[in-house]
Write a protein that binds this ligand. Structure first.
Ligand code: SF4
Length: 362
């Protein structure tokens, strides 16, 4: 099997060069080319004989754009083809401060969230770090921010995701600052705690989608394993280690989780008044920057709620909340001292929710 080069760090590429009998400095030239999406034939600084050897034994491009669907807002959705014929999807979102690329971390997903099309056929396989990096490289244009929020649960593919983050941080490669990366998780508590120790300090986006376990279990099977109190505690550990404000993702589903009562319960949870609070905690959150509500209870943490108007999925009977309900939910949270905004829909004129494009193609 050929060695996938885009998933290697500079140190690993350097080792490989030495093992193949090439000078170590070639790794520095190679990493730059790899992250520009160049094939071996387009690496003029490398000797011809070396390019031939590399082409025989290694892969330079792990991902190709299978189809591009431009959006009226300047962004685009993509179907990417992998070497084994698998298809994954991704999105480029255009913001005033630069482009953000949303990447997939798995082919499909086994988490089973009721509002998500990516999980309808289960998990096919994990992506390699090289295949994640390849989604950036094949764009062949600058990427400002990276969000791991496409198909797959990143922490269900922990080692390759961590490797990918280290690879894109390589100064001679893409040199992407971890402050420009967001990673979404449906709340795999052990991995959240482990990730806090990695020192990578990306923004953690925790997909909560319900303020209590009973409701969460009706839309997210993972709630049978990890409760919201543990997820909030793990989020606080991550904040304490990284200093990064936690983002809580909340998809608003009509008549399921979009009532004022849900907003109030969510506010209480995020203020730190959840049932599992530790005794003897200070009565005022130490880092709280929310509002003037009574914040007695365990300390909250700097956090923000991203409200996502759900895109309906034909295969499921769940519908998105009305615009008025979305606004009302946001107002309720803000009134209760929780920082919240409604996520702008980008590139949503193309095939709606995450995973639908790939399904339509299959
Ligand atoms: S929302 Fe995320 S974790 Fe849940 S099924 Fe979809 S891809 Fe998996």
């Amino acid at each position: 099997m050929k060695t996938e080069l885009p998933g290697l760090t500079l140190a690993e590429l350097t080792d490989l060069m030495k093992r193949m009998g090439f000078p170590a400095f070639r790794a520095k030239q190679l990493i730059k080319y790899l992250h520009e999406g160049a094939d071996f034939a387009d690496m003029p600084l490398l000797p011809k004989e070396m390019r031939g050897r590399l082409a025989e034994e290694c892969e330079a491009n792990t991902v190709t754009i299978h189809k591009e669907f431009p959006s009226a807002d300047g962004g685009a959705k993509y179907l990417y083809a992998l070497r084994d014929g698998s298809i994954i999807e991704g999105v480029r979102m255009r913001y005033s401060y630069g482009d953000t690329l949303c990447l997939s971390t798995q082919v499909g997903c086994r988490m089973g969230c009721a509002f998500c099309a990516s999980t309808l056929d289960g998990l096919a396989r994990n992506l390699t770090a090289g295949e994640m990096a390849g989604q950036i490289a094949c764009q062949k244009q600058p990427v400002g921010n990276v969000v791991l929020m496409g198909s797959g649960e990143p922490f269900d593919n922990y080692d390759e995701v961590v490797r990918f983050l280290r690879v894109i941080h390589e100064p001679l490669g893409l040199n992407i600052s971890m402050r420009r990366v967001s990673l979404s998780t449906c709340g795999l508590v052990p991995q959240m705690l482990r990730f806090a120790e990695e020192g990578l300090n990306v923004t953690l986006a925790v997909s909560l989608h319900a303020p209590n376990d009973d409701l969460r279990k009706t839309i997210m099977p993972i709630a049978e394993v990890y409760g919201v109190a543990d997820i909030i505690r793990a989020s606080r550990v991550y904040f304490n280690k990284s200093g990064r404000r936690i983002i809580f993702e909340y998809a608003l589903i009509k008549d399921v989780n979009d009532s004022d009562a849900c907003a109030a319960e969510l506010a209480i949870l995020l203020h730190g008044n959840h049932p599992a609070k530790s005794p003897g905690s200070p009565t005022k959150p130490q880092f709280w920057r929310g509002g003037s509500t009574d914040l007695s209870g365990t300390p909250g943490m700097p956090c923000h709620v991203n409200l996502i108007p759900l895109n309906g999925i034909p295969e499921r009977s769940l519908a998105g909340s009305s615009k008025n309900r979305v606004r009302a939910f946001e107002s309720k949270l803000t009134e209760l001292g929780i920082s919240a905004t409604v996520r702008r829909s980008l590139a949503d004129d193309v095939a709606g929710a995450c995973g639908q494009l790939r399904r339509a193609n299959l």
